[in-house]
Unconditional design. Sequence first.
Length: 258
Amino acid sequence: MFICSSQAITTKDLLTAGNAKNSGAMASIAGSMNQPPIAKSLTPDVEGPLTAGSSVTWTGFAYDPEGDKLLYQFWINGPMTGNAWKPMTNWDVNNSWNWTTSPLDTGTNIIEVRVRDERHEGPWGHDSHISAEYGIINLGGAGGGSKLNLKPTILSVKSDRKSPQYRGTKVTWTAKASDPDKDTILFQFVLKGPSTEEQWLPMTNWTTSNVWTWDTGTFRAGAYMIDVWVRDGYHADMEYSDASMMTPFVVMQKAIIL
């Protein structure tokens, strides 16, 4: 039998091809075996509790088995954030964050550092995290802030839809407030009416957001009062407000046509 040399395949060729294939597979397996980093510690430079207005630097440490570059992001959950998680930094190679506290942070705070190496989770997630509790105290006490600090005032409370509206309408409320000392202002929206048995109930936590959308579809028809509370942390505590403003609003029931 005649075999053209240009088409002939030797044992050496087969072995070479097999080795190349195996090398590629091994490289692929090695890449897929990259391990995520592990958050090891999170420490403050000053032991708590700390007086409101002070600063504390948090440092996170993480270990990556492959020595990959690590990114850190610091989060906080406490009175200032309405006890919800909020990022304090962007993703960065810097593993430290300086936290300047205020009376609005008074109470128990949870600080968390999240870590990723860009080989597993994306910017919206993290590979590992570690957290620590930290207390902030306000020496002024409730209602006993410094005389030099002035209370905030509410300038207006407006809705994007006029009263009355049919049940099922979504109404967005926006409050505007001012603080003479330029302190951070927290807002809370409370409501009373038929669905609350005429008792004041909070519709939001204390938050820096001055906007709230009311879905009237989950409430009974009738006359309601919307009250917006504000505080700056130097005067009233979380159970009260430094100033408030009420606005009436009527929710109507759509007629049923038989």
